[in-house]
Design a protein around this ligand. Structure first.
Ligand code: V47
Length: 379
């Protein structure tokens, strides 16, 4: 094994097989290790301890109500200025149409995130949730990142807790994990200085968990961050999870440079993608699921990632914009048969889940929620 203290790696291996927690130093040693199979085997062991041979997916649709955004994060290829001809805001009938189409396609989830528009009032964002829930009352609405919640609090002059409560009252069911990027200030200051701070991001999720909502968490890697920043990021998430237990899934997101202000940075390699997946599974011992988001990774790497720590590949997606604007060459939509084929070929058993990890059963084109997927034994 190149570059590393093999004695330390052996000690880490023993900890992993004894289901003991890894330290920051352990994380840094894993980052130094170039033996992808060694990392993968350990991550796969943890993945199978938590989820057996199952690999989860859902049937979902994305809605990005607007791309107009007051912030100018360097990595973002999706945003537009107020006067940009690319800028758009979806109106009520467009949002309702999208929800109806999702319902007709049998979606169980709507994933709604967007830009922070200079002029729209907070009521637009609660209306979006109301419109979709009135069109498709059975669909779970996973909407708005912590960054949006902070912004809504500012424009509505309310506390973040009140904003979350208003959204829950409108029908919001959980929060997606976006906006986390990299928490360490050395990086956050450079790539997204203006938007919600690390403390605010964590506070929004803490508040949500206390109010009974589940949420996801992410990390944007493969840009200017260093191994220390990635491990620091995971540790901060692990600490909050120790406190609240509200995170369901961690999603490592590789930076896609095209059309962003950081387009001189090369795309993360397959090696980096799989290594980050494996280290995430090993460090985040208290987060039940790790998602290989196929839109970001591509189908091929997402499939292999199911043996490098991931137990979830997200969903059918449809209408994704954030990655496709940034040069993703993944298809726009995957059908269930393709997702299942990909999972089965990887030697896993596909399980359709809803957003809150209940098994979904489909009979004669209708879906119903079955038992909670909860047989995990977290270290
Ligand atoms: O926060 C933006 C990232 C995130 C780029 O919770 C970019 O289930 C790469 O959070 N290259 C939004 N990444 C997406 C997200 C997400 C995706 C899928 C599932 C879930 C979930 C959440 O996308 C942003 C940012 O970290 N991002 N631009 C880019 N050019």
């Amino acid at each position: 094994m190149a570059n590393v203290d093999t004695g330390h790696l052996k000690a880490i291996e023993e900890k992993v097989y004894a289901a003991e927690r890894l330290s920051v130093q352990d994380g840094l040693a894993l980052e130094d290790c170039r033996d992808l199979f060694f990392l993968g085997e350990m991550a796969n062991h943890v993945r199978e301890r938590l989820s057996g041979n199952f690999a989860y997916y859902n049937v979902n649709t994305h809605i990005n109500p607007t791309n107009v955004c007051v912030y100018k994060c360097d990595f973002c290829a999706f945003r537009a200025d107020l006067d940009d001809p690319r800028g758009y805001v979806m109106d009520e009938s467009q949002i309702r149409d999208r929800a109806r189409q999702a319902h007709e396609k049998g979606a169980t989830e709507l994933h709604i995130v967007g830009g922070l528009h200079h002029k729209l009032p907070f009521s637009y964002y609660t209306d979006v949730v109301r419109w979709v829930t009135s069109e498709a009352p059975e669909i779970h609405v996973k909407a708005y990142t912590a960054v949006e919640i902070e912004f809504f609090a500012k424009i509505a002059r309310k506390s973040m807790k009140e904003i979350i409560e208003d959204l829950m009252e409108s029908g919001l069911g959980s929060f997606p994990g976006g906006g986390a990027e990299i928490f360490h200030p050395e990086v956050r200051e450079k790539i997204c200085d203006a938007k919600a701070s690390t403390e605010t991001w964590l506070e929004v999720h803490r508040l949500a968990h206390k109010l009974g909502l589940k949420s996801n968490c992410t990390m944007l890697y493969g840009h200017i961050e260093k191994p220390l920043h990635r491990i620091d990021h995971m540790i901060r998430l692990r600490e909050l999870q120790d406190e609240t237990g509200g995170f369901q899934t961690f999603i490592p997101l590789a930076f896609h440079p095209d059309n962003s202000r950081m387009d001189e940075i090369p795309k993360a390699s397959g090696f980096m993608d799989l290594k980050t997946m494996a280290i995430s599974r090993l460090m985040l011992d208290n987060i039940p699921h790790i998602k290989a988001y196929w839109v970001m990774l591509g189908m091929k790497t997402a499939q292999v990632a199911l043996s490098f720590g991931a137990d979830d590949i997200d969903g059918t997606v449809v209408h994704e914009k954030i990655y496709h604007e940034a040069g993703s060459d993944s298809p726009q939509e995957m059908c269930v048969a393709d997702l299942e084929r990909l999972i089965i070929e990887a030697g896993r058993v596909p399980v359709e889940r809803d957003t809150l990890y209940h098994r979904i059963e489909r009979v004669d084109g209708r879906w119903s929620q079955r038992e909670k997927i909860g047989s995990v034994s977290l270290a």
